[in-house]
Write a protein that binds this ligand. Structure first.
Ligand code: NCD
Length: 361
């Protein structure tokens, strides 16, 4: 089914770590010398397919392409496209990719962007697939850490909030496992803990993590605090969401207990998990972080269009037509034509689209 070898970015794992570094380094150069890059994508078109709300990701990609001299097509409300007539994701993206040189896509189903890439006629960038992954936010976060902390290694990073559904958390944790001597403090309620497959990944990389419930207790030990929103749209019911909202709030008092050089990041949007009074603290870098996002996306678009990145095939596991993924939000349970593909870890199957694990019967 995969007929192409485009440098799709579905998961940062698709690219070698050396290319994450070259993308963030190029972003630093673009930020310093923007005039050099004006017109670098003249005549190129970016298609943006946003099936879910977005402010920063969508606008920073669009601004990136316009600053590079390229053009933009796409939709941010699928109700205004043929999706409303029942068109499949695969068909929509196949057509949109034939009109574009690069496609950027966000969708509520997990594994959906990988599925789209299987039949696309140009590189596809994952701008968020449900509660699964968000690799371009991670490039933004890596650039922010590099520029503001001067390193991606030896950091104690606290993640606080909805660690279960927060796709930015999953992608960033996986990425930080690839650098030396990082430690993680996972701050959440029992209901919103980091998924097991991510914890397995941390352990396999030899990194340490602890799971705690109290932000107050964790904060003094941190170099970086990554706050996140409780992902209301991913909950099964309003009651479940109500039982989890307003639990964590970073305020001035808690900041007083933090190190003088701790930085606060947040992918944004925030709801109430960071009090507005924290915004004036020089350690609060979330707005600056959003700005770095535009430069990293300029760098990513340039690198992808110049074919500077070598990638692996999208599906490398075993196709098992009769086995169905147990994750009700996995794309394979919605688009019938997709090959059901799994990696076998000693009798435990891992879905190649959404990473859900199931026991082989
Ligand atoms: C995040 C997302 O969409 O996952 N936002 C973003 O892209 N900057 C985080 C969120 O929505 O909470």
């Amino acid at each position: 089914m995969t007929k192409n070898n485009f440098p799709h970015l579905i998961d940062l794992d698709n690219y070698p770590v050396s290319s994450w570094d070259s993308i963030t380094n190029l972003a630093i150069d673009i930020k310093r010398n923007p005039h050099i890059y004006v017109g670098a994508c003249n005549g190129k078109i970016m298609g943006t397919l946003f099936y879910e709300p977005s402010t920063r990701t969508q606008m920073s990609f669009q601004s990136a392409m316009l600053r590079l001299g390229g053009g933009i097509i796409g939709f941010d409300n699928p109700a205004n496209s043929s999706v409303a007539k029942g068109e499949s994701i695969m068909d929509t993206t196949k057509i949109a990719s034939s009109y574009s040189d690069i496609l950027v896509m966000r969708h509520p189903l997990e594994g959906s962007v990988k599925a789209a890439a299987l039949t696309a006629d140009c590189p596809v960038i994952n701008a968020g697939d449900g509660g699964h992954l968000h690799p371009t936010q991670t490039l933004t976060d890596l650039l922010t850490l590099k520029a503001e902390k001067g390193t991606l290694s030896g950091l104690t990073v606290g993640f606080c909030g909805d660690l279960k559904n927060g796709r930015t958390v999953h992608s960033l944790l996986k990425a930080l496992c690839c650098y030396e001597n990082n430690k993680f403090v996972l701050i959440s309620t029992d209901e919103l803990k980091v998924p097991t497959y991510i914890k397995n990944r941390i352990s396999a990389s030899g990194k340490e993590y602890t799971e705690v419930r109290s932000l107050e207790e964790a904060i003094p030990s941190l170099d970086v605090l990554y706050m996140t929103r409780i992902q209301r749209e991913r909950f099964g019911s309003e009651e479940e969401y109500n039982s989890q909202k307003h639990i964590f709030c970073l305020d001035k008092k808690k900041m007083n207990a933090a190190r003088k050089d701790m930085i606060v990041l947040h992918p944004l949007p925030r709801v109430d998990e960071i009090a507005v009074e924290v915004d004036d603290d020089p350690r609060a870098l979330y707005f600056k972080q959003a700005n770095y996002g535009m430069y990293v996306r300029m760098s990513l678009v340039l690198s992808v269009l110049n074919e500077n990145i070598k990638t692996k095939p999208l599906l490398t596991g075993a196709v098992m037509p009769k086995v169905c993924c147990h994750n009700p939000k996995c794309i394979t349970n919605f688009e019938q034509s997709l090959p059901h593909s799994f990696h076998n870890h000693g009798g435990v199957l891992e879905c190649e689209y959404c990473d859900e694990r199931l026991l082989l019967e």
